[in-house]
Design a protein around this ligand. Sequence first.
Ligand SMILES: Nc1ncnc2c1ncn2[C@@H]1O[C@H](COP(=O)(O)OP(=O)(O)OP(=O)(O)O)[C@@H](O)[C@H]1O
Ligand SMILES: [Mg+2]
Length: 238
Amino acid sequence: MTALLTVEGLRAGYEPGLDIVTGASLALAAGEVLALLGPNGAGKSTLVKALAGLVPVRAGRIRLDGADLGGLPTHARIACGLAYVPQSENVFATLSIRENLELAGFRLGRALRSRIDAVLSMFPDLVDRPERPAGRLSGGQRQMLAIAMALLGAPRVLMLDEPSAGLSPRLVAVVLARLDQVRAAGTGVLLVEQNVAAALDVADRAMVLVEGRERHVGPARALRGSPLLAELFLGAAA
Ligand SMILES: Nc1ncnc2c1ncn2[C@@H]1O[C@H](COP(=O)(O)OP(=O)(O)OP(=O)(O)O)[C@@H](O)[C@H]1O
Ligand SMILES: [Mg+2]
């Protein structure tokens, strides 16, 4: 596998002297979906926030397509091709679908219109009524809008923090199925999910994070029904 994003020995946290990410490593290829799973409080959100430059990093390396992202501010990481969708409050509720996209892509200048058309073609659920306020969309449509906003700049890597949170089981499948188009465009996806079964259905590989570092990495298929999942998520004995 030729890795697009590589993370080695990452340590990161909020308070000085207290690491939440305790030496995590991962590799993500172009066009690959890597599910990032783990119990509550394992540090999944902190890991993606650290990759986005939103949480202080104490040690380790972050490389995107050979470029060292360590020490770069968030906007520079985005310019390098990294995109991040937070779990909540990831769209402007009072603005329309179109306005949200225009705001997210304002740096694209003349390319903006064609990029908006390109991302909307990936999310047919959004094209019907572009003048609808985002606050009036269903939870699934709102997550798709947030993902579409992140894709405007044609990122190399898309990081999603629990895009299925709060959605009905049917919508979870619909939203995650859209990641097939993202993958087909060659974008690597780091997918944080609590919805383990749905995440393993869409992911190529999965990584289980426990206490801030990887406990298991392997093909998503192999993890389905694995006793490791029961142990970690249900507290069953190993
Ligand atoms: N802003 C913050 N300031 C200080 N500590 C925080 C902050 N956010 C999270 N933490 C702590 O970091 C640890 C890991 O939290 P994190 O949100 O990364 O876990 P997670 O794996 O994403 O969990 P969940 O599945 O609940 O989303 C927790 O102990 C949490 O209390
Ligand atoms: Mg989280």
